[in-house]
Design a protein around this ligand. Structure first.
Ligand code: CTP
Ligand code: MG
Length: 227
């Protein structure tokens, strides 16, 4: 199933503490942002890439896009103060798209088979997100004291991509905006409408590069894949 992808890239990377947008840090030979862009550049089912960027970083990002020969960029709208606003800045410029994927630019290790499954499920069911089963025992803790051990069977750690029929996501976004609802991901906006969101089992490799130690995990993943 063909799709267009929205990549929010307008964050500041505070938790990384690198003093710059973490997406510009390199993993082995390339910036994180380029690793992510190349996945979609090389996926034949991807027919367009939308990148939400900061105004002050647009020129630099455009120079990277040229340097690494990324050809599928359809727009680089200005991101907002929250991730959801950045995603919105892309969605409002998209036209005639049936399936849209939203994927954190900070998750460079996503692979085509998972993307394909998400796009197909979104086409069939409306909404699909990537997730992995929780590995650790999970407990609800309040004020340092365990209140409850949660049944791990039903616990999933949610990632991106999240894939939607475009009209469904647009409707969910509009409804959220009306009441000023801010979700941590796009699925939450669709859940609010009472629409079912299907989970596609993803990979533990699909980490979000967030803090310094993730750079070490990231390079290890790249080295293992190169073998
Ligand atoms: N993002 C965005 N616009 C924002 C905030 C985040 O486009 N206002 C993007 C980031 O660039 C990243 C993705 O959303 O690709 C996931 O966000 P996160 O991992 O939290 O990145 P940052 O917000 O940059 O990091 P931090 O929260 O540590 O500041
Ligand atoms: Mg953030």
């Amino acid at each position: 199933m063909h799709y267009e992808v929205v990549l929010p890239a307008a964050g500041s990377g505070k938790r990384m503490g690198a003093g710059q947008n973490k997406l510009f840090l390199t993993l082995l030979d390339k910036p994180i942002l380029i690793h992510t862009l190349l996945v979609f550049e090389q996926d034949e089912a991807c027919s367009g890439i939308w990148l939400a960027v900061k105004d002050t970083e647009r020129d630099y990002i455009q120079s990277l896009i040229a340097k690494y020969n990324i050809t599928k960029i359809k727009g680089l709208p200005t991101g907002g103060t929250e991730r959801q606003h950045s995603v919105h800045s892309c969605l409002k410029e998209m036209k005639d798209v049936e399936i849209v994927l939203v994927h954190d630019a900070a998750r460079p290790f996503i692979t085509a088979p998972i993307i394909e499954k998400l796009a197909d499920t979104a086409y069939e069911k409306g909404a699909a997100i990537a997730g992995v089963r929780a590995k650790d025992t999970m407990k609800i803790v309040r004020e340092g004291i365990i209140k409850e051990t949660v049944d791990r069977e039903s616990l999933w750690m949610i990632q991106t991509p999240q894939a939607f029929r475009f009209n469904l996501l647009a409707e969910a976004e509009g409804a959220a905006e009306k009441v000023g609802f801010l979700g941590t991901d796009e699925a939450m906006l669709v859940e609010r409408l009472g629409h079912e969101v299907y989970v596609v089992e993803s990979s533990y490799d699909n980490v979000k590069i967030t803090t310094q130690e993730d750079l070490i995990f990231g390079e290890a993943i790249l080295k293992a894949r190169a073998k």
